[in-house]
Design a protein around this ligand. Sequence first.
Ligand SMILES: [Zn+2]
Length: 115
Amino acid sequence: MLWEDMAEMICMECQYVGKPKRQKRGSTKAEIIAWLLFPFGLPYVFWRILHKFPVCRHCGSTMLTSTESAVGKRLLEKQAEELEQMVRHAPPQKEIKPAEIQLPEVKKPSTQNEW
Ligand SMILES: [Zn+2]
């Protein structure tokens, strides 16, 4: 799958949604892991050499998935649900007036005149 330039992506690490940055090829953890998994990582390395890959603008993660993909859609749904829950559980905005504190009048015992 080729990453399209204008496609919005969703980050699986921080759930940032938006257009990713394009990371040029260079040394990254992912490639090191790919080489460690040699020869299993080889297709990844080739894929990477052939294409610049998108990284999350927010956290730099490469764990991005298209918002069009099944995983991306599920993440978006989850986000929407969480947002909805937050709105529902948020207390209604009321103007908080400072409580009027009325101190009970302290009645001093009336001084009795001594006759
Ligand atoms: Zn991220």
